[in-house]
Design a protein. Structure first.
Length: 120
């Protein structure tokens, strides 16, 4: 298989592998939230939520938008677009393999039918 560059940052995968951070990402899918809102919804302490948000921010998964005395966190599209492109490349490869398997099974079935017809 040829080598492809998908701009995947492995640290993004590592950051998303932690369950609390994945839960934060799921929450942010519906729109921007403050640290307090995230902490309340996930039943995390505010310092713990802040720690996870810092890691998500450092890895480019979320961005911070200050508004008055609050800081709103929202998802960035770019890391998820890169992940989608990478995962889609596997899907295309798997589809090719299944197509090849379908052709092989069809050949075997045709040979089997051919042998049955020649036995008559």
């Amino acid at each position: 298989m040829s080598e492809k560059n998908f701009d995947i940052n492995v640290s993004v995968l590592s950051a998303l592998a932690e369950p609390n951070r994945m839960a934060i990402v799921e929450l942010l899918r519906s729109g921007p939230l403050t640290v307090g809102e995230i902490a309340n919804q996930l039943k995390l302490s505010q310092p713990n939520a802040s720690k996870h948000l810092k890691i998500l921010s450092t890895n480019g998964i979320v961005e911070v938008k200050p508004q008055a005395n609050r800081r709103y966190y929202k998802l960035r599209l770019e890391p998820f677009q890169a992940l989608e492109k990478w995962v889609t490349s596997f899907q295309k490869e798997m589809e090719k393999r299944f197509d090849n398997l379908d052709h092989y099974v069809q050949e075997l079935q045709n040979k089997k039918i051919g042998r049955k017809n020649s036995d008559k």
